[in-house]
Structures are given as C-alpha cells and as structure tokens.
Ligand binder design. Structure first.
Ligand SMILES: [Zn+2]
Length: 292
C-alpha cells in the first residue's frame, strides 16, 4: 500500500519525512524545517553577495607565482613584475619558460641564475622593450612602489661584478614583500631598512649555499616577516643528476624539522593583508609546471 508520505528535500541535503502530520512534534519539526529553509535561502543569498565581493576583491589581491630557483612573478591589477629570471641550463639544469608576460624585470645581481644570463652576454629571452632594473633606487610600476636597497653578494662569490646585490622591497596592496637575492648576512644598515616586511623571499638550502644556518636564523629573527618563502634550493624533479647543481641541496632537512611549514599545492597564491598568518610561517611553493 502506498501511503501519503511527502518528502521535502531541504538545501542542506537532509531529507525530512512528513508522514506523521497530526502531532505537535510534527508541526514543531515542520516549522523548524521552514526556518532551516529560510535560513538556507538567506545564507545562499549572503554567500552570493560575498562571492560578488570576493570577485571584486580578487582584483585587489596580490598574486605571487613561483617560477623556479629565485624567480617569481608578482601581479597586482594589470601589472606584473618578474623577479630574478635565470639563464637556461647554466649551473641549474632546467630552462626558463618562454612567453611569460611582465611589465618590468627586477634582477638582484648579475649572476646567470638571477639575470637571465645578461652579464654573460647570453641573448635575452624577453622582449627588448621590457624594463630591466638591477640598481638601488626607487621605482614605480602601476600600483607597485619598489625600493632597491644596496647590499653585497655573499662570500666567496660575485667578485666579477664587485659583489653587487640589490635587495628589492615591493610595496603593493598594503603588503611589503622583500627579495633577498644572494645577499651576505644581515647587518644594522639592512635591518634598519627592511622594516615591516610581510613576506620574505630568502635563499635557503640544506648546504647553506648562500647563508649559513646561524646567518639564516639571524635574518629571520631581525626582519621577523609573517611569511618566509624559501628559494634558491635544488628542485629534485628538475635536477636528474644527483650531484648537480654543484654545492646546492634541497630544503627537505630544513623544513623537515619545522612545524610552521605550509606546502602549497601549486606555484601560485593570491593574497591580501588579511591572508597573512598571525604567527610566522614558511610557504613552500611548487615550481611552475612550465619549467622543464
Ligand atoms: Zn644565486
């Protein structure tokens, strides 16, 4: 026999049976059901409003994109900056992806793994009209305000270009992002200028190729960024030969003993100020899938 059971499917996917329509408990349940229904409609309205807000805000987010090695793209609104592009297969085994669009290039120093090979007279793979900056000073690209701080390359490298290294601070969307390049250990002059840094891109690897363990710790302690993005380490899946690149290791040991490490699913992250963690974190990006 078929009874008069009515099924109402409410939005949170629960199914409520209305086959006992005579008891007060039934009417209580029915009214709660409509309350839930109303609430669900209301929440779905608010979520669509917040979706709209989110879409509007997405243009206000800074996109950080890791290419590989020490190279990143920073995009805000309609402007993209390329940081420290590396030369193809010099020291490191992989090549820089082509057809990457950028409005300007900021290179910390004239080493092939940071300047696309320009200092070695390698032919640039970017369009000649793209501005290329490597010197200390103040720059403005779209909404980005950039400060280049005079530093010095770590020992014992970089004598062929007087150990030039410029630490860049990129200020945009109420965020301050710093790229260390291959600078030597921190000193008072640097610490005074590297204030209120939210995100620090720092060379770290298990051989401590650029900064030694205590020097790395000192940079982090004195700058105290909310987020540290490790860079300039051996990327195993792009480096098929065990002893290459020479004198460069992975970051497995370094991050293996730390609790505050977030391993990202991909090579991109969009952030606003409110996405910064309340206590310090390491964000480990995957390299760009375009790097081969
Ligand atoms: Zn380097």
């Amino acid at each position: 026999m078929i009874d008069s059971t009515i099924l109402i499917k409410i939005p949170n996917k629960h199914i409520m049976s209305l086959d006992k329509a005579k008891t007060p408990i039934f009417w209580l349940s029915l009214s709660s059901c409509f309350c839930i229904l109303l609430f669900s409609c209301h929440s779905s309205n608010s979520s669509s409003v917040s979706d709209v807000k989110k879409m509007a805000n997405s243009k206000e987010q800074l996109k950080i994109e890791y290419i590989a090695h020490a190279s990143f793209l920073l995009t805000y609104r309609d402007h993209t900056l390329l940081l420290d592009p590396f030369a193809d297969s010099v020291w490191i085994s992989y090549t820089f992806p082509r057809n990457i669009k950028a409005d300007a290039i900021f290179s910390t120093h004239p080493h092939y793994d940071h300047d696309g090979g320009l200092f070695r007279d390698l032919k640039p793979y970017w369009e000649s009209e793209i501005a290329f900056y490597q010197d200390p000073g103040n720059y403005e690209i779209g909404n980005f305000r950039i400060q280049g701080i005079k530093g010095k390359h770590c020992e014992p490298y970089g004598y062929e270009f007087d150990q030039k290294n410029t630490i860049f601070i990129f200020e945009v969307a109420d965020l301050r992002i710093a790229h260390w390049g291959d600078n030597e250990p921190i000193n008072d002059a640097l610490a005074e200028q590297l204030t209120d840094i939210d995100v620090l891109m720092l060379p770290i690897d298990d051989s401590y190729h650029i900064l030694k363990a205590d020097e790395t710790a000192e940079v982090i302690n004195r700058i105290n960024p909310k987020v540290i993005i490790p860079m300039h380490y051996k990327i195993t899946d792009l480096e098929p030969t065990p002893d290459k690149p020479k004198n460069l290791e992975t970051i497995d040991k370094y991050i293996g003993v730390r609790q505050n490490v977030i391993k990202l699913e991909g090579n991109k992250k969009e952030i606003t100020r409110s996405d910064l963690p309340s206590s310090q974190e390491y964000w480990v990006f995957k390299h760009s899938p375009l790097v081969k």
